[in-house]
Design a protein around this ligand. Sequence first.
Ligand SMILES: *Cc1c(COP(=O)(O)O)cnc(C)c1O
Length: 403
Amino acid sequence: MKIPFSPPYIDDDIKREVLDTLESGWITSGPKVLALEKLVAEHTGLTHVACCNSATSGLMLLLHWYGVTRGDEVIIPAYTYAATALVVMHLGATPVMVDSGDDFNIDIAKVRDKITSKTKAIIPVDIAGWPCDYHALFDLINTPEVMAKFTPVTENQKKLGRILVLSDAAHSLGAMYANKPIGVWGDFSVFSFHAVKNVTTAEGGAMCINLPQSDFNHSEVYRTLKLWSLNGQTKDALAKTNGAGWRYDIVYPGFKMNMPDICAAIGLAQLRKYPTLMLPDRKRVAEAYVKGLANYSWAILPPIKDAERESSYHVFALRIKGITETQRDVMIERITEAGVSVNVHFQPLPILTVFREKGYQIEDYPVAFSCYATEISLPIYPQLDQDKIDYIIDAVVRAYESL
Ligand SMILES: *Cc1c(COP(=O)(O)O)cnc(C)c1O
């Protein structure tokens, strides 16, 4: 049997939606993007969501919106995908890394020590789709001593008056925290629609706006983000083609980060069936793994549901008790030989060259390292039936027993 790690979910509805775009005479940013924004807003209960061409772009644009620049610090987990750190570096600011807790997510208790007068934002990441402890995070950020350290410079920083919480929700579309969906827990939350994420547009992202309503006008923030993601141009291409409206202005040195309609069409058709079909199917797979692996004392199962949270089941991050990194690699080889593609989420950033060369040291992030060294991500997607799940579990068990 050959089992891929994360094939895209493409059915007739998705093909029809894309074909509709192709035949419409308009393929870049237009009505489908607006429809996708509206649907993400409906799913999260927000009024304003702005799409862009990747979560990476969205994170960077939002940090820029908050005025993050040279000399500033942004707190991030050491255990995440590199984009979380790179967006900070692109703006000339410094990513300040924090170790993980046992649930893979940033250890909020360790954040306090990393906050300085240069800290402008924190980017919590809901690793594998498991929500961070947002209550604990906001409690920390709102404590008087932390508030007193905050040194606002730009207009938006003065208005918010505290560290910005920019949630990297690349994994967690559909996850729940304290009875509310992910998307409403950060001041901004960014979903990724990359090909391997729970809902995809091939490449794409969505910026959810949830700033305090008392100080920020969400439709104004939305307009700014859309303007800055399209070169700072006062009219998008579609508006220019309509009627005699060819004349436009460039009012800001913006970026080119807009999402094309042809991509939005894929996401639109997927998102329509995500809550009723695709997400429950991911949950089914996760629960089948839990059931199939629960009796093995060496299997450390990832958190997927408790009284306060429910995962989006993006990654099934299995850990193996007591094994070394080398033994983990051997297990992956054996599982791969059985035809099952697995993965590792993630290599903590300090072990990657670009960060190591900047002086980050993995020894400072022992929990992140141990999460990584013992981790194997199993395939999880709607197309996996029970036969395949059983086959995968069997491959994992045999790989462990061969050690
Ligand atoms: C995938 C991912 C991103 C980047 O998403 P893109 O849409 O590919 O830019 C950012 N953060 C995390 C944690 C991710 O897994």
